[in-house]
Ligand binder design. Structure first.
Ligand SMILES: Cc1ncc(COP(=O)(O)O)c(C=O)c1O
Length: 461
């Protein structure tokens, strides 16, 4: 065999050392301050040096990375990081990620990585069942929800212009017939970014008013037609609220309009039987975006896009050239469904998480995070603080008494290291956001964080 003839010694001790260092880091995650100390951040200056002329031994490179890098990480894999909407990483997904790194697969084509393409097929199938997606849907693995929405809206753009007899991929937007975009006043900024990248313009869409929870008001929808794209949300980034999808999708369906569902984290409610009513109707959409790096708790970065009729996604994403060998007839060729060509094989960790958890495990993880969020809300209310939202999912908004006090509590927590929460302004009220999205959060983490919040509020008053 060829490898008998070529000497390529493997640096086994290097890999052992990397594994030992990574394991030591993970073992410390629960006790690590949520944010790095000022000293650890200052020490990062140690990385700054002129481009080295000569190389460094791999073991020394690793040593330097661990010594300077590890202390300056944000402990998002611990159980007390409640900023943005951030998942941790299930141990099985970290292990799968290590093996996948050794494989170093390029997921662009089936022939560049049969294993990645197969795991994409399998995982898409499973995700379709979890999210109640329509038969025949298509999808892909991208870097996160922002790119998933960009991808889905490119498919929607193709379909809307095709109905108007315009080939937008070939002709572009100059001189194109009008297409209307409908969003809510509470649409996530990533949708506006996607709309601007697609040439629709952030300001040219119709903004539908919302209710007190941030849900799009279906009664205020404009007239829809088959050249309209409506964006709805499963999970408002502040309140966790869900737009009334059944009503909006039914209206859109009657008019021939396209509905895109931004379900970055909220789509995972579809996996929980007790949340069926909350998540009802989103399966009636035409495209969906969600994250695996949020609630499925796989390592960054990992997003998912699904489209009811894959032909629109393919028309928007496909690129061909003589040197790009086509795969087997009839098999899904990954590159036709994503904006990227070369990319890492994200399906590996997604498959590992789903295989490890099973349907029950996914539902239990999502439900557990929501139970922690409800506990936060109940306890904060009992302690006299104002919870501003209906806690229907994993998001809690708290007002500690006044904007000044709330801001002081947030600053105190952020510098204290016990837990990390960010701030927001919710319909005119300054609030602290708590987002419980990590598999690693335990009841003890919640208790410790509640004590820290109470103590910070006490100091702020
Ligand atoms: C509703 C919603 N959409 C989109 C995004 C963007 O996701 P990502 O950062 O993975 O691109 C988020 C992030 O929190 C979100 O909450």
């Amino acid at each position: 065999m060829l490898h008998d003839r070529i000497e390529r010694p493997l640096p086994e001790t290097l890999f052992d050392a990397a594994s030992a260092r990574a394991q030591a880091y993970m073992a410390s995650a629960a006790d690590r301050p949520a944010t790095p100390s000022a000293r650890a951040i200052a020490t990062l200056a140690g990385f700054r040096e002129p481009m080295p002329q000569h190389g460094t031994e791999p073991s020394q490179v690793l040593h330097r990375l661990d010594e300077i890098g590890s202390p300056a990480t944000v402990a998002t894999t611990g159980g007390r990081y409640f900023g943005l909407v951030m998942g941790g990483a299930l141990p099985v997904t970290i292990a799968a990620n290590w093996l996948a790194a050794a494989w170093d697969q390029n997921a662009v084509f089936r022939w560049t990585s049969p294993v990645s393409a197969e795991l994409e097929d399998v995982a898409l199938d499973w995700l379709g069942a979890l999210f109640d997606l329509p038969a025949g849907f298509g999808g892909s693995f991208v870097s996160g929800s922002s790119v998933a929405s960009l991808t889905a809206l490119a498919a929607a753009r193709h379909a809307a212009f095709a109905r108007a007899g315009w080939d937008v991929e070939e002709e572009g937007l100059a001189g194109a017939p009008p297409v209307t975009i409908v969003v809510s006043e509470e649409q996530h900024p990533s949708i506006f970014k996607a709309l601007s990248l697609l040439g629709f313009g952030r300001n040219r869409c119709l903004r539908v008013p919302v209710d007190a929870q941030g849900r799009m008001r279906a009664d205020a929808l404009p007239r829809l037609d088959d050249r309209t794209i409506v964006c709805v949300q499963a999970g408002n980034v502040n309140t966790g609220a869900f737009d009334p999808a059944a009503e909006i999708c039914t209206r859109a369906r009657e008019a021939g309009a396209w509905v895109h569902v931004d379900g970055a984290f909220g789509l995972w409610a579809k996996t929980v039987p007790s949340m069926a009513a909350l998540a009802a109707g989103f399966e009636l959409g035409d495209s969906w975006s969600t994250d695996a790096h949020k609630w499925l708790n796989v390592p960054y970065d990992s997003g998912l896009v699904f489209v009811r009729e894959p032909k629109h996604l393919r028309a928007a994403m496909s690129a061909t050239a003589a040197y790009l060998m086509e795969g087997e007839e009839g098999a899904r060729e990954p590159s036709h469904y994503t904006p990227q060509m070369s990319r890492r094989a994200r399906s590996i960790e997604v498959w590992a998480a789903l295989k490890h958890l099973g349907r029950d495990g996914v539902a239990e993880m999502v439900e557990r995070c929501c139970a922690h969020a409800r506990h936060f809300a109940r306890e904060l209310h009992l302690r006299g603080y104002k919870v501003l939202n209906d806690v229907v999912l994993n998001q809690v908004l708290v007002d500690f008494g006044s904007p000044e006090i709330t801001r002081a509590v947030i600053a105190d927590l952020q510098s204290g290291g016990i837990c990390w929460c960010g701030g927001t302004v919710w319909q005119g009220h300054t609030a602290m956001r708590i987002s419980v999205s990590s598999w690693a959060t335990t009841a003890k983490d919640v208790e410790l964080s509640l004590e820290a919040m109470d103590a910070a509020a006490e100091r702020a008053r």
